[in-house]
Ligand binder design. Structure first.
Ligand code: 2P0
Length: 348
């Protein structure tokens, strides 16, 4: 179901009363986005494909404050710090330019996922901000345009506009052509019940931001171009596997794509290494589960946490094995979740 922009405020007078609250979920890429060919427009080098989760929602309210001096940004109850605030304000400036409006806004965001830990908080965060911001400033965007807008906050956010599985097109050309052609859309899949067991081995912020890590990888890793080429093959194979509902094929392709992405980072100069000892313990557990006959496959993002793709019916056993391997960590079970949604106005 496409998101509906039910709340909007078309005039400055109306804007005083006007606000919008949106909820979005993170997504985990089964075919990864890594590297940008345009850092201002956030245009990826490669297509990516993800599953939106049904856990860790971000809830964001945007309320216009015509008499305020500037924007006010609160993240989990505290004023957003420098870099975070700048990113949100830059995004609001983009929304205001698109809407032909100038009023400042109050932005209030609550994340239920640890921020900056490779658990896709920027995906849910900018998907929710795009939807709430577009609505508050009276922009009437279809899902494709909303996905393109979310991409300007964080490229992975373009995928969280949609529920279930979504592909993000890297687009073609440069400038306006690239901007128009880089967006996400839903992907057709068979009727099957995949799940992810998310092994949170370290919920602290990552040492190197994904933005800096991608840049260094593209600029210095001799393996980057080879991975990007193989990722196009992985994507084509993944689409076939999803259409068939073949979880083992989906898992094998996702695992090789993720480990290949990390190989590009390990070969960067200086290297970027997100693996921790606990990461290896979970990867060993996944290998052992597979040897015991379970369908269990690992994928990892810009952090030490591991997401294990498996059948919904196996999640309790796999989560128990992960907890045994990493007693200080946690294991969260996730299934496919909904796309970004506006909350009815009566709710807080
Ligand atoms: C992904 N990741 O496809 C990949 C795999 C991490 C590893 O998208 O710079 O927060 O804001 O576009 O989207 C994380 O990077 O980066 C990411 P920006 P983003 O999910």
């Amino acid at each position: 179901m496409p998101p509906e922009l039910t709340e909007s405020c078309a005039s400055a007078d109306e804007a005083r009363e006007c606000g919008a609250t949106a909820v979005a979920h993170p997504n985990i890429a089964l075919i990864k986005y890594w590297g940008k060919r345009d850092e201002e427009l956030l245009i990826p080098y490669v297509d990516s494909l993800s599953m939106t989760l049904d856990v860790f929602p971000t809830t964001t309210t945007v309320r216009l404050t015509p008499t305020a001096e500037g924007d006010s940004v609160t993240l989990d109850g505290s004023p957003a710090v420098d870099g975070e605030r700048e990113r949100v304000v830059a995004f609001l400036n983009l929304v205001r330019t698109m809407a032909g409006r100038a009023e400042p806004a109050v932005v209030n965001t609550r994340n239920s996922v640890p921020t900056g830990a490779g658990l896709a908080s920027s995906a849910s965060g900018f998907a929710a901000l795009a939807l709430a911001g577009a609505s508050a400033y009276g922009l009437d965007l279809d899902p494709t345009a909303l996905s393109r807008l979310a991409r300007r906050g964080s490229a992975s956010a373009s995928r969280s506009i949609f529920g279930g599985f979504a592909i993000c097109h890297a687009g073609r050309g440069t400038g306006a052509e690239a901007d128009l052609s880089a967006y996400a859309e839903p992907v057709a899949v068979a009727d099957f019940a995949p799940a992810l067991v998310i092994a949170v081995v370290n919920a602290g912020p990552k040492a190197v931001s994904s933005r800096a890590a991608m840049r260094r990888t593209v600029d210095t890793s001799p393996l980057y171009q080879a991975w990007a080429a193989s990722s196009a093959v992985d994507l084509a194979d993944m689409r076939v596997a999803l259409r068939r509902g073949d979880l083992d094929a989906v898992g094998e392709i996702a695992e090789r794509n993720a480990l290949g992405m990390h190989a590009t980072m390990l070969a960067a100069r200086p290297p970027v290494r997100y693996f921790a000892p606990e990461t290896m313990a979970v990867l060993d557990t996944v290998a052992r589960l597979r040897a015991d006959g379970f369908s269990a496959y690992a994928t990892m993002d810009a952090g030490p946490n591991v997401k294990v793709l498996c059948h919904l019916g196996d999640t309790a056993r796999i989560a128990a094995e992960i907890r045994r391997a990493v007693p200080d960590g946690t294991a969260v079970i996730a299934g496919p979740g909904a796309g970004a949604r506006l909350r009815p106005r009566a709710e807080p």
